[in-house]
Design a protein around this ligand. Sequence first.
Ligand code: GSH
Length: 286
Amino acid sequence: SRKVDGPTDLPGVRLTLFQYQTCPFCCKVRAFLDFVGVPYDVVEVDPVLRQQIKFSTYRKVPILLLQEGDNCWQLNDSTVIISILQSYLLNKNDGIRKYLGLYRPVKTKDDSGKQVTEVYNKYNIMFGVSQPDMKAIQEEIRWRKWADEVLVHVLSPNVYRTREEALQAFNYFSEAGDWERLFPAWERYMVIYVGATAMYFVGKRLKRKYNLKDDVRLSFYDECTKWVRNLKGKTFAGGEEPNLADLAVFGVLNSVEGCSAFQDVLQHTKIQRWYDDMKKVTRRSE
Ligand code: GSH
């Protein structure tokens, strides 16, 4: 595991993030942790064998383990992780336990009848005694949802648009995730070549599923332009400081930074100024 240091103290609490370095949901969580400045450990999960998350019945990443004394809690889902930590940071004196109990997973069935677990209030932040601006809160929730439900879905069809791009994307993921150091060569090549081919086809399916434009880049540009408009000339959607929507959108985009799709977005939209500013405020000295 790798340690990330930070100036913000979480008294008695230790955080361990199980992740894929270039998964958009994991990037969201890291953007948040880096911005608030808490220290955390990172465990890179092997994308094929996934031994590192054997302990968990929840099979996705990110997973955050939160240790306090002899107790250990497992938080699943990027949005749940961020909302719990943010609520706690706003009301540190209450202790973290109170907030863990306020985001309860509920078992239900999804549209296809499959059993799923959902935290229904996962976008809500507990503000405690502070008097937040309701309009701003609604906007923040709206754009956090948009990052999870709209923006992420333009990524795959774009970064795996052609076979070459798919291969280039996987080579970038391998480099960014430090796979050369972490995983055996046979596995790395298998993930890169099998993954790139599989994701090329997945990208085509998702393009239909989410009704993207025939030229998928145009859908990517459209969404990014919606975000830039939402800034309304401010430094961040949150104003002088980024809010959770800024951090979510940045995390999602940051996950594909090394892909040609993202370079195209920088050229064809006005998102760069905001993106560079987000990069500065989420940077950590490692
Ligand atoms: N709603 C979840 C969140 O926000 O954390 C989605 C997480 C998710 O779908 N993660 C993907 C995953 O772990 C990686 S990008 N998929 C299962 C797998 O890779 O086996």
